[in-house]
Design a protein around this ligand. Structure first.
Ligand code: HEC
Length: 164
């Protein structure tokens, strides 16, 4: 069973309302989207950056360093792959190949980072924790839908993905 999911449900009281979302639609793995190597590399680079940033938030949070939480959240919020300096061809490729759901999850993810920043600015530990867990939830939701080959732990969540 997927522990992070249960932890997040317990911590945020989300219960059943939001998690099964990715089970409703047949998952399209990133492999099926056939992104060009350049874009795939860019996506992975962005992922590694936000992973580092998320880890840094943990330490800033437990240190009560709200300025740092705010700063890092702002960096995450601003790190849109869709807004990077892409060539017109690459922009068009993303527009055409990324499913709407992926774009929506990406937007939700960046919006959540914005809320985390606001919480940090108000120096409210409880609200910061809430939005941080919601942020991690968007990572996990997107990975379960589109990164199962990279994170096979999510594969039991969407049996549909294996019906090729
Ligand atoms: C909108 C979708 C989406 C969101 C949100 C998202 N990811 Fe990802 N992530 C992906 C996809 C797709 C891959 C797989 C890329 C591939 O296989 O080439 C990935 C891969 C990764 C990787 C592996 C990179 C590598 O070098 O192989 C890391 C680390 C990662 N994500 C961290 C995170 C963290 C941490 C968060 C949240 C703070 C997050 N991601 C949010 C879609 C997302």
């Amino acid at each position: 069973m997927f522990k992070l999911r249960q932890t997040i449900i317990a911590l945020t009281g989300l219960g059943m309302c939001c998690w099964p979302v990715y089970a409703e639609e047949a998952a399209a793995s990133l492999d099926d989207l056939h992104l060009s190597d350049g874009l795939r590399t860019l996506l992975r680079t962005e992922m590694r950056e936000i992973a580092g940033a998320s880890q840094a938030i943990v330490m800033s949070f437990v240190s009560g360093d709200w300025k740092s939480v705010l700063h890092i959240s702002e960096q995450i919020r601003a790190s849109y792959i869709l807004e990077r300096s892409l060539s017109d061809t690459q922009k068009q490729e993303l527009q055409e190949k990324l499913p709407d759901r992926f774009k929506r999850l990406d937007m939700e993810f960046h919006a959540r980072a914005g809320k985390l920043g606001l919480a940090a600015a108000s120096e409210n530990a409880e609200t910061v924790a809430f939005h941080f867990y919601r942020l991690l939830e968007t990572c996990a939701t997107c990975h379960a839908a589109y990164a199962q080959s990279r994170f096979p732990g999510f594969s039991s969540e969407t049996p549909d993905a294996h019906h090729h």
